[in-house]
Design a protein around this ligand. Structure first.
Ligand SMILES: [Zn+2]
Length: 83
């Protein structure tokens, strides 16, 4: 018989942040948009590090703690050359 199914780890939701998005667009149970401020999340736990790797660019909503990763098509801010 098949092995016991592994329970899904309780990881937070990771969404893709739209270009220039600064507020959380996650909706609550009543369909109201959260609008929490997205802050850069530096010291994320090991479980997230396993998924995202070390030093990944991650943002976290101040209110609902939904995680956001930058749109892969958008260049990281630190990469933009200003001359
Ligand atoms: Zn939120």
């Amino acid at each position: 018989m098949a092995a016991a199914t592994t329970p899904a780890p309780a990881l937070p939701k990771i969404k893709t942040r739209k270009p220039r998005q600064r507020a959380c667009d996650e909706k609550d149970g009543k369909g109201k948009v959260c609008c929490g401020h997205l802050k850069r999340y530096y010291d994320y736990p090991k479980e997230l590090e396993a998924i995202l790797g070390r030093g990944a660019e991650v943002y976290r909503c101040e209110r609902c703690h939904t995680l956001f990763q930058p749109d892969p098509t958008e260049l990281p801010r630190s990469y933009v050359l200003r001359h």
